[in-house]
Design a protein around this ligand. Structure first.
Ligand code: KIV
Length: 274
């Protein structure tokens, strides 16, 4: 049965499993493998579309991929990432969240930021849009944070992240992704909040974990953060399969008899006889 926000909140400390998915096959595989939540993340920009950051990703690109993910996992709880500058005002956020929910049948949206996004979260929550917050390292504004770096190492920054998490909960988020913060800080945030935390590079004590699909299965050869664990080398397996195909075509081995269609001999004879 499809899960919902109330059930997800009840599963605080329930070890939620979240994985990104960007299309029909990745969503289908992830849901068949039993993940609890799919995230159509704007990491799409790097791992699928070849951009060098999440900044160029557009609403149209996100919608295109969220719709494909929904077709691959009709029963999954799908969270869609609002891309950079698609939620600068409550009005803009509402319009874009409506597109995700009505056109792509997403169950929730995710947005990045702390105190500055509180009015946006409040407006979405008031309108009945389930919102997942995202604190710590926020990739859309990573350059303002000094790059893809661990956040909350010193007392002032750790306090800021805790305050942001509490403000996001008060504003109406049903959960918060905590990215690249020290494990003890993530543990403290998880203890202080009554909504689930979902960690990525945030240690083992969050209520759930999320990874990027392409990192997990070894399909992305660009920069891979040290907190990622690869469970497969799908990229190498695919490259090897393609190289074998190319060699067999060149050697005349493919297609063989079992990949070809025959035809009636008499018809063939008549064709040859003109
Ligand atoms: O876009 C994304 O994949 C994300 C995860 C890293 C949480 O936001």
């Amino acid at each position: 049965m499809k899960t919902n926000v109330l059930e997800l909140k009840r599963r605080k400390a329930g070890r939620l499993v979240m994985l990104t998915a960007y299309d029909y096959p990745s969503a289908k595989l992830a849901s068949e493998a039993g993940v609890d939540l799919l995230l159509v993340g704007d990491s799409l920009g790097m791992v699928v579309l070849g951009y060098d950051s999440t900044v160029p990703v557009t609403m149209e690109e996100m919608l295109h991929h969220a719709k494909a993910a929904r077709r691959g996992a009709p029963e999954a709880f799908i969270v869609a990432d609002l891309p950079f500058l698609s939620y600068a005002t409550p009005e803009q956020a509402l319009a874009n969240a409506a597109r995700f929910m009505k056109e792509a049948r997403a169950d929730s949206v995710k947005l990045e930021g702390g105190l500055e996004v509180v009015p946006v979260v409040e407006a979405l929550a008031r309108a009945g849009v389930p919102v997942l917050g995202h604190a710590g390292l926020t990739p859309q504004t990573a350059s303002a944070l000094g790059g893809y770096k661990l956040q909350g190492k010193d007392e002032a920054n750790a306090r800021r992240i805790l305050e942001e998490c509490e403000a996001l909960e008060r504003a109406g988020c049903w959960g918060i992704v905590l990215e690249m913060v020290p494990a003890p800080l993530a543990r403290l945030a998880t203890q202080r909040l009554s909504i689930p935390t979902i960690g990525i590079g945030a240690g083992p004590d969050c209520d759930g974990q999320v990874l990027v699909f392409h990192d997990l299965v070894g399909l992305f050869s660009g920069f891979t953060p040290s907190f990622v664990k690869r469970y497969a080398e799908a990229g190498a397996a695919i490259r090897d399969a393609i190289a074998r195909y190319a060699a067999e075509v060149r050697d005349g081995e493919f297609p063989g008899a079992s990949q070809s269609f025959g035809m009636n001999e008499e018809v063939l004879e008549r064709l040859y006889g003109r």
